[in-house]
Structures are given as C-alpha cells and as structure tokens.
Design a protein around this ligand. Structure first.
Ligand code: GTP
Ligand code: MG
Length: 196
C-alpha cells in the first residue's frame, strides 16, 4: 500500500551529499514546469511538501521525501530544459540530474513526466537515451491532463507508447494524471507501492 505520512528528508546539490543507501528510490524527472513537485504533493496529499511555482526552475536541488511505513523514498528533481536561467545554474542542475539518474544503484524507477499539451521533446529524448544506456527502468507519466480533451489525451497516449516501443528500459505503460483534478493518482500510487 502507498504510505500515508510523507515527510521531507533532505536536499542535495551535489552527488557527494546523497543520503546513505537505504531501501528503494523512485524519482520524478522531466522538463521544468511539467508538474513534478505538484504531482508529489498530490500523491502524498500534502500541499506544500514539495515547492511548486508557475515560474519554471522552482526546484533547484534533489529533494528526498520518505515515510515511516514504506522503504520507498521519493525524489523530486530540478527540471531540465529551462533556458531562461543563468547558464551556469542550468549546467549545474543538468549535471546533477543526469549524474544522479546514471549512477544511483537504489534507483528503482524514474517517472519521466511529460506535459500532455506538449508531448515528448528533444531533451526528454536525451534523458530517456541516458536511462536506456544506464539500464534504469523508467515510465512515462503524462501531466496536466485536465488541460486537454479526452480524445486528444487518448491519441497522445497511443503516440507516446509507439515512441517508447524501441526503448529498452521504458516500462510499456503510460499513466495520465492531473494533480489539479486528482486524475490517475491512485494508479500511480499503486505503481509506486508495487516497487517497494
Ligand atoms: P520545476 O521545479 O521548475 O522543474 O517545475 P515542476 O516540474 O516541479 O512543476 P510544478 O509542480 O512547480 O508546477 C508548475 C506549474 O504547473 C504550476 O503553476 C502548477 O500549478 C502547474 N500544474 C502542475 N500540475 C498541474 C495539473 O495537473 N494541472 C494544471 N492545470 N496545472 C498544473
Ligand atoms: Mg519542482
């Protein structure tokens, strides 16, 4: 079962600060502003657990969340592909995100969040290439499903699955979500709980 009481554990700006390896980690990755932090708040039922903002680039560290009744740790990541921030900052986040994704033995699955209005972009492909190469299991989660029509969402799900077909580490099931309308959350909670 999905744990009930989630708390902030730690923030990390450098790979050397990563917490000791415990149970299982799952991470939320995706472009800036795709809705990673909002989804973590919606899943855990704790508004404000992960900081969100309408301005991209809100999350600037790896943030770890844990709960007493599960061995699963949830990791919120800075977004990639945010062009407006100073280059050194973007480079630092991207380096941190990519080294974490490549080199964390406890990382059981990465949920790659894709905005339903935009679909998979070039930098999402780059992230997936890296995950394929590192053989880290990942699963696509469509976000902000409240922003598009049900028919469009169905088409996007089918197109996205097709794009993932040849990717070796992609988990072949897509979960469509809306943090605002609480859509798809139980499915995602069950998926996370199954990884414990
Ligand atoms: P960074 O930390 O900057 O990488 O962004 P993030 O991916 O964590 O996004 P965040 O959760 O901060 O949300 C970005 C914006 O999208 C905020 O204005 C949210 O209110 C909005 N948002 C997130 N989820 C949803 C959703 O399901 N529906 C709608 N309509 N808006 C959403
Ligand atoms: Mg965030």
């Amino acid at each position: 079962m999905f744990a009930k009481r989630w708390d902030f554990q730690t923030s990390v700006t450098d790979m050397r600060q990563l917490p000791d390896i415990g149970g299982t980690e799952i991470a939320f990755a995706g472009r800036s502003n795709v809705g990673k932090s909002s989804l973590i708040n919606a899943l855990t039922g704790r508004t404000g657990l992960a900081r969100t903002s309408s301005t991209p680039g809100r999350t600037q560290m790896l943030n770890f969340f844990s709960a007493e009744d599960t061995p699963v740790t949830i990791v919120d990541m800075p977004g990639y592909g945010y062009a407006q921030a100073p280059k050194e900052m973007v480079d630092a986040w991207t380096k941190l995100v990519f080294s974490y994704l490549r080199g964390r033995p406890t990382l059981r699955r990465v949920f790659v969040l894709i905005d339903s209005r935009h679909g998979i972009k070039a930098n999402d492909k780059e992230a997936m290439d890296l995950l394929d190469k590192a053989a880290v299991s990942y699963q696509v989660v469509l976000t902000k499903a409240d922003k598009i029509k049900p028919g469009q969402l169905e088409r996007l799900e089918a197109e996205t699955l097709e794009l993932l077909r040849k990717r070796v580490a992609a988990f072949p099931r897509i979960i469509s979500t809306s943090s605002e309308k609480n859509k798809g959350l139980d499915l995602l909670r069950a998926e996370i709980a199954s990884l414990a």
